[in-house]
Design a binder for this molecule. Structure first.
Ligand code: SF4
Ligand code: SF3
Length: 540
């Protein structure tokens, strides 16, 4: 195996024996083979001009399954590869077995699981197969952006929104990152084009979420517990959230959110459920202790799942593209998910152990912030708000992420944090106060709701009649972990935002030359100490 797709990769070298995330060698190889299979499908689809919804869905779900902390199940991946080969060959039949000269990813085949495993371990399948480090860096940056886009597109599709243009781009990009004739300049353009489609996909998901569940609004979320037994739901899938709330109505079971599901509380449509109790715990990496003390069943709708501890392994369920060997899985049958097994188990469990008490405030997506626009603009004009800090993205295990808590604590009182994604857990319980009634931490929602932050920035640019978004009093100090954050970063670059600082470390998969291009063109930077960075951001 070789994997360097997330921020926690073994520094400098990538994960080679086992992932820091717990991903095993065979799973990493199978994920690479899945990508290889997707390249073959895309290639044949382009060659034959044939395409269909099943292929698009397959590509999106497979890319999503390979995102960090999403699917650790070798059996699932093997079956997925088999399905991909079938889809690819069904496309090939359209050219009557005469599709011309085809590359290996469009022709290889396997009859047994062993052959699939052998292929997954071959040199040509590895993402490292590209020898030139700059070309390799540009190819994987595009690929990781595509994985993030696929995750967001999957959610939009579940809610009935779709876009042929985005699917078309995904296939084109998969072909382009496999095409040896593409130059570094062409691939750099492809990386930026990936940013454009990341914006489009986040906009599509925003439309899907708000059309179905209303616009997020200012909401206080309880972080304590009630007396009933509970079900904890984590991940990003709001359709699962809806179905679980519906099916638990009147059962005496309360539903709590964990990590990236917290923003579900901000949607008007979910407020009608009295048993929607609150949020339990913090971000994904704390699940080992928090799932244990929760006492009831846990439903993982997307990443991030970490290898479960024995203390709760019999009460954690996966669904959608999430998988972990040996865990119970809730399938979709005739378009529906049946959570009755989860609910029955919850009835037999003790109620959750209280970890903390109080409330956190969120719901500052674009519609809510724009409703407060006059207040915000006045606060900026009067000097009550000097600067906004976008501190969105991911949280992670490493202790160096304490930087973000310290940074938030040390920000001057006339600054406001705009956040989205699980990065918020580093500072959303600090009680940083408010400025004339505007909280100093404005949480827009999940990582995809970085789209809201971009909409807000563009609106402010318009209100202040600026010709350049970079003239706004907004600084970007974002944290990344997995590939959705790569998509978000590429989206921000596409929108022309400069001087974004990314931490706790810059992506390892960028070669020195590619990093230099991003630094020169976009003034992309890393982080240093809180003190140094504070001076730099505040221009002192
Ligand atoms: Fe390592 Fe991250 Fe890949 Fe897991 S996803 S194997 S931690 S680089
Ligand atoms: Fe978090 Fe995994 Fe990225 Fe959606 S849940 S932001 S890390």
């Amino acid at each position: 195996m070789y994997c360097n797709q997330c921020q926690e990769t073994v520094k400098g070298t990538g994960c080679v024996k086992v992932g820091v995330c717990g991903k095993k060698d065979n799973v990493a190889n199978l994920q690479d083979l899945l990508i290889y299979t997707l390249k073959g499908i895309s290639y044949v689809s382009e060659k034959t001009g044939e395409n269909n919804g099943a292929i698009d869905r397959y590509i999106v779900d497979s890319l999503f399954a390979s995102v960090t902390n999403t699917n650790f199940d070798d059996k699932y991946l093997i079956e997925n590869v088999k399905e991909g080969l079938k889809l690819r060959d069904s496309l090939k039949s359209k050219c009557g077995g005469n599709c011309g000269q085809l590359p290996d990813f469009a022709t290889w085949n396997a009859k047994t699981d062993l052959e699939i495993l052998e292929k997954s371990n071959s040199k040509e399948v590895s993402l490292q197969a590209t020898e030139n480090e700059d070309i390799r860096a540009l190819r994987v940056t595009t690929l990781y952006g595509l994985k993030g886009i696929a995750a967001y597109l999957h959610h939009a599709m579940v809610l009935g929104e779709n876009s042929g243009e985005i699917h078309k781009f995904i296939k084109k990009a998969l072909i382009d990152i496999s095409d040896d004739s593409k130059s570094a300049d062409e691939l750099t353009a492809l990386v930026l084009e990936t940013g454009k489609y990341a914006v489009d996909t986040m906009a599509l998901l925003d439309k899907a979420n708000t059309t179905k569940y209303g616009n997020p609004e200012i909401t206080e979320v309880d972080i304590g517990v009630r007396e009933n037994p509970g079900i904890l739901i984590s991940g990003h899938d709001l359709k699962d959230m809806e179905d679980l709330l519906e099916q638990t109505k009147g059962t005496g079971i309360d539903v709590y959110t964990h990590s990236e599901m917290l923003p579900a509380h901000y949607y008007p449509e979910f407020k009608k459920y009295e048993h929607f109790a609150g949020n339990y715990g913090g971000s994904w990496y704390k699940q080992k202790t928090e799932f244990e003390s929760f006492n009831g069943p846990i439903l993982m709708t997307t990443n991030c799942i970490v290898p479960p501890a024995d203390s709760y392994v019999d009460r954690i369920y996966t669904t959608g593209v999430v998988g972990y060997p040996g865990l119970k899985y809730i399938p979709t049958v005739n378009g529906k998910k049946d959570f009755s097994e989860v609910i029955e188990q919850a009835k037999k469990c003790p109620s959750p152990v209280e970890l903390e008490t109080g409330k956190i405030v969120g719901g500052f997506a674009h519609n809510q912030v724009l409703a407060l626009a006059d207040k915000v603009v006045d606060a900026v004009k009067s000097g009550a708000i000097k600067k906004f800090f976008v501190m969105a993205g991911c949280d992670g295990r490493n202790s160096d992420r304490e930087y973000y808590t310290e940074f938030a604590k040390n920000l001057p009182k006339d600054t406001v944090i705009l956040t989205a994604g699980c990065a918020k857990y580093r500072y959303n319980k600090l009680n940083l106060g408010d400025i004339g009634g505007i909280p100093r931490v404005l949480d827009a929602g999940q990582c995809n709701d970085c789209y809201s932050l971009a909409v807000i920035a563009l609106k402010l640019k318009e209100v202040f009649e600026l010709d350049d978004i970079n003239k706004l009093p907004i600084a970007f100090n974002i944290a990344w972990y997995e590939q959705k954050a790569v998509a978000v970063l590429l989206a921000l670059l596409y929108l022309g935002i400069k001087n974004i600082h990314v931490g706790p470390t810059l992506p390892e998969f960028l070669s020195p030359n590619v990093a230099k291009v991003l630094i020169d063109k976009f003034e992309l930077g890393g982080i240093s100490s809180v003190e140094e960075d504070m001076k730099m951001f505040l221009g002192e």
